[in-house]
Design a protein around this ligand. Structure first.
Ligand SMILES: Nc1ncnc2c1ncn2[C@@H]1O[C@H](COP(=O)(O)OP(=O)(O)OP(=O)(O)O)[C@@H](O)[C@H]1O
Length: 783
């Protein structure tokens, strides 16, 4: 037997031993879980047997309370143990399939010989609980595996740096508890395993990458130092993957203090949320909170405005060129999402300290009881050196006092008498008893009736004033919408906040459109962040002090306002911001090309920036093609994975287009591809494609309301395909008619970079001019 064979045999035996040990542990744990479950059922069933319920007097009630509390604590402790054991069991069941994926033999400087370290998704101790059979990939020593080739190496531990030498580095593919492959690797993480992983078919859910994390990605995942981590990376370079493994890492590293619900990931849309939702559970961790900026805006403003969805804005920008006011709207989007507009709002807020905030009057039964003018005067009579939100708090206190006075006056009004007459007997009995309690019931009952009436009148008025008090407490007397509106209706004001020379182009048209929308209680997507920003300047920032880590994926689509809002919303959180300027597809992102806006919110020494240039998603021929579509694309490095060149098919008309596409989908399916996406520019085009293709084959359409991806053939608008990937992508119509304007280039690039294995472009007539920068040998032209 050769040395290699012997080695393999040893490794196979080790896998068997470890699997046997895991099975043993599963058996033990299963018994334990069954016992605890029985305990819990028992406690629940007999909960009240052990509790003495007695509310006779205060002492008895306190004892009853204490005994219920004690019983509840026993139950919750058992439930906690059950949850823990259950999670452990889940992890072991995953480990038994594939206990580890890597190994390094590391000799510490002070030691004579190297120890093998096996890495898996969780740690595993031997039977005597003395030796690690498997180390968690997130353990300090495991970073050696990701950071070094064989040779000298160091790793950091909480107690200092450990130096030594890696004498062997190996990768395994273990499935269903059997060793399928092993590779010895020289480089960081060998190509073989990565080749195998990347060569697989797309899935409707994202997969974890712990077995093949690359050194650059590892630095992002394990960064603990910075307040702000910025990751700028090419399409398919693993930004989202790095973010998710980073979350898993943080949950492990800070397992005593950090819980999954203290981490929030902002993602582009709910479809994407569903796509990534299995990665953390696959790694044995609970999911972080997932949300979108729009969800947050809806939560804050949904009751005041009808908010435009970002995808609706996107569709408008891409399809409404012929509509009146289009140019003005686009200019509006550009300005309202710019740092310049943020400065303007800051300046406006400074002016508002002196004058201009709009207030709502307080009305009761269709009558104004506190005029807006009076509220305004009261506000501006306060010391201007006090901040606006603090003055608002004082104003609210004053208003509550005023309401009290009004409430008293109200008691004698005729409507109260009318209401009194409608009261039933119970109310009078209750009032009588209350009077008795108040000890006001004297022998002489001459005034009792009056007093009873007074008491009831006070109650009636108090109840009706309750919403007014709520109105004041919620600071609803601030008319933020009118205050925002003013910026567009008062030209002198606009003059003051934008110095004359700097007045934005098409300002009058922008004002006209904004006022029209606001008058209909509509807030466009471009108005939402600046409005929220102004609102917070007036009311004070709502803050969430629980969240410790905020992740923003697809951050190139965020405006400076959004970053500023999120930073203030989560003042105690560290931020990880990931994006790619080549995929900045929203109208407001066309102008910017760096993360300056977010970086400016933190000190330079609190910030670290990482750049990922290697693209893993697509085959080499696809990356070679797509990187020529964008300026600066030459810095994008393909991962060497072979595949077919992209194809470009020119057809004469739409009938030929759908025929060719349907035939290609069938061909791809016959080749074994499952996730096949026909990507259109817009939702309108997707609908058109669907109508044409639905009779020819089984195909589904993913619209803006879809909540999850499924594999199979589907039609999807470009901006919804963001962040996800497919085995094969067919660009529905890459003609010069569809993709011509410079602002469509990024959309086109984003669509093409969704392809893992095959990319096919179709064009009715002349192909998009974006291909003029692509060398002819990068694709196959099918006339
Ligand atoms: N180290 C890795 N090992 C294995 N697969 C990887 C690795 N890094 C990235 N990938 C794979 O590459 C693909 C792209 O990764 P991901 O979606 O995280 O990239 P991205 O930078 O967020 O892409 P985009 O910006 O285009 O949406 C995924 O299939 C992911 O599993």
């Amino acid at each position: 037997m050769s040395e290699a064979d012997q080695d393999r045999l040893k490794e196979e035996q080790r896998v068997e031993q470890v699997v046997a040990e895991i099975k043993r542990q599963i058996g033990g744990l299963q018994e334990h879980v069954t016992e605890i479950s029985a305990d819990i059922v028992g406690i629940r069933k007999h909960f009240w047997d052990d509790v003495t319920v007695n509310f006779e007097d205060a002492t008895e009630a306190a004892e009853t309370y204490a005994s219920i509390k004690q019983q509840a604590e026993v139950l919750s402790e058992r439930e906690r143990v059950h949850r823990h054991a259950h999670n452990q069991l889940r992890t072991l069941k995953r480990l038994v399939q594939s206990p580890y994926f890597g190994r390094i033999d590391f000799r510490e400087e002070t030691e004579p010989k190297a120890d093998p370290i096996y890495l898996g998704i969780a740690s595993l101790l031997d039977e005597r609980e003395e030796q690690f059979l498997v180390y968690d990939w997130r353990a300090p020593i495991s970073s050696l595996y990701y950071d070094y080739a064989p040779g000298p190496a160091v790793y950091e531990t909480p107690s200092g740096t450990v130096s030594g030498e890696i004498t062997c580095k190996r990768q395994y593919v273990i499935r269903d508890g059997k060793l399928l492959h092993l590779f010895d690797t020289g480089v960081t993480i060998g190509d073989e395993l990565l080749q195998e992983v990347l060569g697989k078919h797309a899935d409707s859910q994202m997969k974890s990458i712990v077995a093949t994390i690359q050194r650059d990605q590892n630095r992002i995942i394990r960064n603990e130092r910075s307040r702000l981590v910025i990751v700028s990376g090419a399409a398919g370079s693993g930004k989202t993957s790095a973010a998710l493994q980073r979350i898993a890492y943080l949950l492990y590293r800070y397992r005593k203090t950090l819980r999954a619900e203290q981490i929030v990931l902002f993602s582009p849309n709910s479809l994407f949320n569903s796509y990534i939702s299995t990665v953390l559970p696959e790694l044995g961790e609970e999911n972080m909170q997932q949300t979108t900026f729009q969800d947050y805006a809806e939560h804050r403003l949904g009751s005041t405005f009808s908010l435009e969805h970002p995808l609706a804005q996107m569709e408008y920008v891409l399809t409404a060129m012929e509509e009146n006011g289009y140019a003005g709207r686009l200019e509006g989007i550009r300005i309202k999402t710019s740092p310049r507009f943020m400065r303007a709002i800051d300046d406006y807020a400074a002016l508002l300290k002196e004058k201009g905030i709009q207030f709502r009057p307080i009305t009761f039964r269709d009558r104004v009881i506190i005029r807006a003018e009076r509220i305004r005067e009261q506000f501006y009579a306060m010391d201007p050196s006090i901040s606006i939100p603090n003055r608002m708090a004082l104003l609210a206190r004053w208003l509550l006092g005023e309401l009290k006075k009004q409430e008293r006056l109200e008691r004698n009004k005729p409507w109260v008498e009318d209401e009194l007459e409608l009261l039933d007997k119970d109310a009078f009995v209750a009032a009588y008893q209350e009077l008795r309690r108040q000890n006001q019931f004297r022998e002489d009952t001459f005034n009792d009736f009056d007093r009873e009436q007074e008491l009831l009148a006070a109650k009636i008025v108090k109840k009706q004033f309750q919403p007014l008090r709520q109105f004041v407490r919620e600071l609803a007397f601030i008319d933020a919408a009118a205050t925002y509106r003013q910026l567009f209706s008062d030209s002198e004001l606009a003059h003051a906040v934008f110095c004359a020379a700097e007045r934005p182009p098409m300002w009058d048209e922008i004002c006209r459109q904004t006022l029209e929308r606001l008058d209909h209680h509509e807030l466009t997507y471009e108005d939402t962040p600046p409005f929220l920003y102004l609102l917070e300047k007036l009311e004070g920032f709502q803050t969430n002090n629980i969240v410790r880590h905020v992740f923003i994926d697809e951050a190139q689509d965020y405006s400076p306002f959004q970053f500023a809002l999120l930073q203030r919303l989560f003042p105690r959180a560290k931020m990880t911001v990931l994006g790619d300027w080549n995929q900045a597809i929203y109208a407001h992102a066309y102008q910017s090309s760096s993360f300056e806006a977010v970086a400016s919110l933190y000190e330079p020494e609190q910030t670290e920036t990482f750049v990922l240039t290697k693209s893993y998603r697509s085959t080499e021929p696809i990356v070679t093609f797509t990187r020529q579509l964008v300026p600066g694309g030459e810095s994008i490095e393909p991962f060497h994975r072979a595949g077919r060149k992209p194809s470009v098919t020119i057809v004469a008309d739409s009938d030929r287009l759908t025929e060719k596409i349907a035939a290609k989908i069938k061909e791809l399916q016959a080749d074994g591809h499952q996730a096949i996406a026909v990507i259109t520019k817009t939702a309108a085009e997707a609908q058109e494609a669907y109508e044409r293709l639905r009779d020819k084959l089984e195909i589904r359409m993913i619209g803006t309301k879809a909540i999850s991806y499924e594999t199979g053939a589907l039609i999807i608008p470009s901006y919804l395909a963001k962040g996800v990937e497919f085995d094969a992508v067919l660009i529905y119509d890459a003609s010069s008619e569809r993709y011509q304007l410079e602002n469509e280039r990024k959309l086109f690039y984003t669509a093409c970079t969704r392809a893992m294995h095959e990319l096919h472009l179709y064009s009715v007539g002349a192909i998009s001019p974006f291909l003029s920068t692509v060398t002819e040998d990068s694709y196959e032209l099918i006339p």
